[in-house]
Design a binder for this molecule. Structure first.
Ligand code: PHE
Length: 448
């Protein structure tokens, strides 16, 4: 076991790192496209309720497990388990989370690679390298392999530097940059013709679709993915928080920032779709549904950028740079989950562990790229529809049923001495015990 563990050096550093993990393609791509395909503002409303009422309590469960354990996810969960059966259960949940994080990284890196190549394409065009631009823009095995590898190497190079000099330092740089680019783009798009119609679709809910079960399932899945739950990532990040910090407010900040950025990303993407429509780009599919997913990001928006002429190259560059940064601050957290386990369990050096695990994850990514049509969707649903909700639910069960209530209170009270008399303590333990596991199980069963 290595004895010296990293720790976030400041409150701000933790918030940027955890919000960096949470804010990713899920916010800037997933949330707006889900909103577009699930009836606009109704989805936004349901998402907000679920994020605060279900995802935030589950996030708190993971953070508190990590801070109490001061170790990787497996050891932290095992520390809560008194008997052999619970210890085995703890191993399954912790290790399952680590595998889930690694698998998510293996498909996330492919998508992030697309974002990278789309960021470079406008630069190639500006410098009149039209063949290169054409290559960057067309799907090919070589392009996907190269950019996925590039993205994994970048992630490895940050994680190999450790908590303070790697994760924290880079999150503190990249997150403000992300916000800056996001707001500049919104200001630009909202000034274009057609934007107000998009705003209306985004902000005025059609209440009739709010209780649609499909919509509930999508919104809960989206909230879990967005807060990086059920992957042991938040257990690890929790283990790097000092005992002097108030966990309850830290978790709340992370949730608020995550939800805020998803909401703000919607203010960019949905109006941009309508601006694109005003410029003649098709945004509705044959059945009258809004186009979504990859069509939106890789066809509708580029068509919009194209129609802007020379400015479009800069806007396109800024947009895909934004996507790439968001992906990077998330991918570093995914790699940290297995790396912290390997370092603490097998006494590997951080550098060794990072390269070995990064290499393994690249191999999985390459396998997915070579068998894209059969594997990509499979790995996405395996991890996000099954792995994350199940593991998230088990973490709630650990905190609600296995951990002794007094022990839990002591952990929450460190950094928050008045916790016992707070509204949080009146509601949350009960919530984590009954409401969260039940709600997640219901949604899970519905997915099946
Ligand atoms: N939360 C990230 C996003 O929204 C994705 C993620 C999932 C990160 C699981 C870490 C673990 O894009």
């Amino acid at each position: 076991m290595s004895t010296v563990r990293g720790e976030f050096s400041s409150r701000f550093g933790f918030i940027m790192a955890a919000a960096g993990s949470a804010v990713g393609l899920g916010n800037i791509w997933g949330f707006p496209t889900q909103t577009a395909s699930n009836g606009g503002a109704a989805f936004v409303l349901v998402y907000l309720v679920l994020a605060f009422c279900l995802a935030y309590p589950a996030l708190m469960a993971e953070l508190v497990i990590g801070r109490h354990g001061q170790a990787n996810a497996v050891s932290s969960l095992q520390k809560l388990s008194g008997n052999a059966f619970n210890k085995r259960f703890a191993f399954g949940v912790g290790f399952g989370g680590i595998i889930c994080a690694g698998l998510i990284l293996s498909f996330y890196a492919i998508v992030a690679g697309w974002m990278f190549s789309a960021t470079l394409e406008p630069i190639a065009k500006l410098t009149s390298l039209s063949d290169t631009a054409q290559w960057l823009n067309s799907q090919s095995l070589a392009r996907d392999l190269i950019f996925t590898a590039l993205f994994v190497v970048l992630t490895i190079s940050i994680i190999s530097k450790g908590v303070e000099n790697g994760i924290e330092k880079w999150s503190k740089r990249l997150m403000p940059a992300l916000l800056g680019i996001l707001f500049l783009l919104i200001a630009y798009v909202l000034m274009q013709e057609g934007a107000s119609e998009g705003l209306k679709a985004y902000l005025v809910p059609d209440f009739s679709s709010i209780l649609n079960p499909e919509l509930l399932v999508s919104a809960l899945g989206q909230a879990f993915f967005s807060l990086s739950l059920g992957t042991s990532v938040m257990i690890i990040y929790g283990s790097y928080i000092s005992r002097q910090e108030n966990l309850v407010s830290l978790g709340a900040y992370v949730t608020l920032i995550d939800v805020f950025i998803a909401f703000v990303a919607g203010l960019l993407i949905i109006p941009a779709m309508y601006v694109a429509q005003a410029q003649g780009v098709e945004i509705f599919g044959p059945s009258g549904q809004l186009l979504s997913e990859d069509t939106l990001v890789f066809q509708v928006l580029p068509a919009l950028f194209e129609s802007m002429g020379e400015v479009g190259l800069f806007v396109g560059f800024a947009f895909f740079a934004l996507m790439s940064i968001a992906a990077l601050t998330s991918s570093i957290s995914m790699l940290e989950a297995p790396v912290s386990y390997a370092v603490e369990r097998f006494a590997l050096s951080r550098l060794q562990a990072t390269w070995v695990i990064g290499g393994l994850i690249s191999l999985v990514s390459f396998t997915i790229i070579f068998n894209f049509s059969s594997l990509f969707g499979f790995v996405v649903s395996l991890t996000t529809q099954f792995g994350q909700p199940l593991i998230g639910m088990f973490c709630c069960i650990f905190v609600g049923w296995i951990w002794h209530r007094n022990g839990l209170l002591t952990e929450i009270k460190s950094g928050y001495p008045d916790a016992e008399h707070s509204v949080f303590w009146k509601i949350w333990p009960w919530y984590i015990k009954f409401v969260c596991p039940l709600a997640i199980a219901l949604v899970f069963i519905h997915t099946l």
